[in-house]
Design a protein. Structure first.
Length: 192
């Protein structure tokens, strides 16, 4: 049986598995929401395929994305991470992931969960942009602009509107599967 999928994922490997099991499927788990957000942070200027290839390394370096543990990291941890084999050696990104964990916890304290904060921007609904349905591939939106600005005010680093748009796609707030992809119908959403 041939399954219709988004063209970008057709590699019979890592990207396709990510597409089929994670991308765009609504996520409400704070640990996973932090992981996806930090993968976006780390991806600035790099490919998503590289993020998936190095995901196990990132998990080893960042306590399996346990934001409470990462928030307690010190300069010594940064130095250790910089020496980890295969790690992307960007001190600024590593420090941002640690700092962002602290900001993430503050949002959780304010909203009871990061899930409630992030999904509150759409009243818990997945959205589909009419422009996407019309064949336009978006990389930012008013929503991603607003969230990126709010996160920046809250102290987050390495997360502009384009990365936040990608994040919102990944966690299922924005359904950007192509209409011919079986996941588009499975996920659904409201058209705006």
């Amino acid at each position: 049986m041939i399954v219709s999928k988004c063209d970008w994922c057709r590699d019979d490997g890592l990207m396709e598995h990510y597409h089929d099991t994670e991308w765009g499927i609504p996520c409400h788990n704070d640990k996973m929401l932090y992981e996806y957000l930090m993968l976006e942070c780390m991806s600035a200027g790099l490919s998503w395929r590289l993020m998936l290839q190095k995901r196990a390394i990132f998990k080893s370096c960042f306590a399996d994305f346990d934001f409470t543990k990462v928030a307690a990291f010190t300069d010594a941890d940064v130095e250790q991470i910089l020496q980890y084999p295969g790690m992307i050696r960007s001190r600024r990104k590593i420090e941002a992931i640690i700092s962002n964990a602290r900001c993430f916890i503050k949002i959780r304290d304010e909203y009871d969960s990061f899930d409630r904060y992030i999904w509150g921007h759409t009243d818990g609904k997945t959205i589909i942009y009419q422009r996407h349905l019309d064949g336009e591939w978006l990389t930012t939106s008013k929503l991603s602009d607003e969230i990126a600005e709010d996160l920046k005010k809250r102290g987050f680093k390495f997360l502009g509107s384009t990365l936040i748009y990608s994040y919102l796609q990944g966690i299922g707030i924005i359904n950007d599967h192509w209409t011919y992809c079986e996941m588009f119908e499975k996920i659904g959403g409201i058209i705006i």
